[in-house]
Design a binder for this molecule. Structure first.
Ligand code: SF4
Length: 80
């Protein structure tokens, strides 16, 4: 399972931070940081979701009010 986070879209509401501790508040930028993620495009980050953290990752994607977080299963199908 892979999470894809568009930091350009993030408006810093930090709901994702409450759902999954991979997301951290960056108060200087007013945006979330996705710890350990790789920047695959300018401002777009991807991270393989660690085993056992799938639910947290899914909830973080669901609560984002601006849909900055997408989740993909192992077949590449978008889950959220
Ligand atoms: S919930 Fe969305 S808008 Fe809010 S901090 Fe997380 S990624 Fe950014």
């Amino acid at each position: 399972m892979k999470i894809r986070y568009d930091r350009n879209t993030c408006i810093g509401m930090f709901q994702c931070v409450d759902e999954w501790d991979a997301f951290e508040k960056n108060l200087d930028d007013g945006k979330a940081d996705l710890a350990g993620a790789e920047e695959v495009e300018d401002g777009v980050f991807e991270l393989e979701v660690p085993d056992g953290e799938e639910f947290e990752a899914e909830f973080s994607a669901r609560v984002c009010p601006v849909d900055a977080i997408e989740l993909y299963d192992d077949d590449g199908e978008q889950v959220v």
